[in-house]
Design a binder for this molecule. Structure first.
Ligand SMILES: NC(=O)C1=CN([C@@H]2O[C@H](COP(=O)(O)OP(=O)(O)OC[C@H]3O[C@@H](n4cnc5c(N)ncnc54)[C@H](OP(=O)(O)O)[C@@H]3O)[C@@H](O)[C@H]2O)C=CC1
Ligand SMILES: Nc1nc(=O)c2c([nH]1)NC[C@@H]1CN(c3ccc(C(=O)N[C@@H](CCC(=O)O)C(=O)O)cc3)C=[N+]21
Length: 284
């Protein structure tokens, strides 16, 4: 029985973070400035709080100053827009991230779009999204960018390959499709209305699951020799689980990411890198 190479996202992310730490030190020595990342977390979702804490801790480790804004779930739209305006104007803040989803009736798209495009370290504003789809340079969404780095690390070149993404969110699926298209893959994006999802998945040389349904992707959905990327982050009583049946898929795939320790750590590493890029753009 063959078994896939496990793509060690934790190790790749550690290497990216070490490089960012070096680059931040050089930037600070040269300019006398310290890059800063402001995170905005509205409400008390436990999962979101863990992610934001992870982001803040990672900042401290690479010499980026963290500004941790936590607000109650009933914070008004006006108050949040005013906070974002203040952060946009603050020279100590190079990057701003509004953790999604935000509690109803707040509009995550509206809030995200209030962020100055030069400080958009999540790459989720209309401007950044448009730049990506037009093939212009700019800040790219962290998780899709992290997946591209993992593919590169695993020696998987997307050019000419069939890439199938399950999930079409603005946060991940859509920008992932754009990055793979830019890298000359043939891209299919699936969602809850896709007919015969299993058959579409089986076409994939690169299969990416970002759904939020534990173990949706079964072993026999994977084409033998494919690369499988599991973006899913499902907090079950048994622990953190992805969207792929890892034990079954690893017997069929040639390379696969685990959960945890796969894509998640790359998201944070790419966020740090985007923050330094933003600092260079805004001179903060
Ligand atoms: N590792 C990381 O850094 C990150 C992890 N995540 C994780 O990835 C997962 C997806 O998150 P996100 O991208 O925000 O997705 P959303 O929850 O916003 O969307 C889920 C997508 O999956 C599709 N979908 C739902 N059920 C099915 C199904 N049975 N068959 C096929 N498609 C289905 C939906 O289709 P439709 O559009 O038709 O409703 C939708 O496009 C979550 O587990 C999340 O926690 C997300 C971002 C970063
Ligand atoms: N504006 C915005 N930007 C985001 O980037 C964003 C967001 N909103 N909302 C939610 C998703 C999810 N997300 C993760 C980040 C890190 C891990 C991560 O570090 N995961 C670790 C495990 C962490 C743990 O143990 O809980 C791992 O997979 O090894 C996971 C998920 C960012 N997101």
């Amino acid at each position: 029985m063959s078994s896939a190479t496990i793509i060690d996202g934790k190790a790749v992310a550690a290497a990216v973070r070490a490089q960012v730490a070096e680059d931040v030190a050089a930037y600070t020595a040269e300019t006398g400035r310290t890059p800063g990342l402001a995170t905005i977390l509205v409400g008390d979702d436990a999962g979101s709080a863990v992610y934001v804490a992870g982001k803040q801790k990672a900042c401290a480790e690479v010499g980026i100053k963290g500004f941790d804004h936590r607000l109650p779930a009933d914070t008004s739209r006006e108050e949040l827009l005013a906070l974002i305006d203040a952060l946009n104007a603050d020279d100590a803040v190079s990057g701003i991230l509004c953790q999604l989803p935000v509690p109803a009736p707040l509009d995550g798209v509206e809030l995200t779009n209030r962020i100055d495009a030069r400080k958009d370290v999540d790459g989720l504003t209309i401007a950044s999204t448009g730049r990506l789809s037009l093939g212009m340079d700019g800040l790219r969404p962290c998780t899709p960018k992290g997946v591209m780095l993992l593919l590169e690390h695993a020696g998987v070149a997307p050019q000419g390959r069939e890439a199938v993404i399950v999930g079409r969110s603005n946060l991940f699926g859509k920008p992932m499709a754009q990055l793979l298209l830019a890298a000359n893959a043939t891209v299919t994006t699936c969602h809850s209305r896709t007919a015969d999802l299993q058959a579409v998945c089986r076409r994939a040389d690169i299969l990416i699951a970002a759904v939020g349904v534990p173990h949706l992707v079964k072993g026999d959905w994977v084409k033998p020799g494919a690369t499988v990327i599991d973006v899913g982050m499902n907090r079950l009583e048994s622990g953190l689980t992805g969207d792929v049946d890892f034990e079954a898929a690893r017997e069929v795939a040639s390379a696969i990411t685990p959960v945890p320790g796969g894509v998640g750590p790359m998201t944070i590493a790419c966020l740090l890198r985007n923050t330094l890029t933003a600092a260079r753009m805004v001179g903060a």
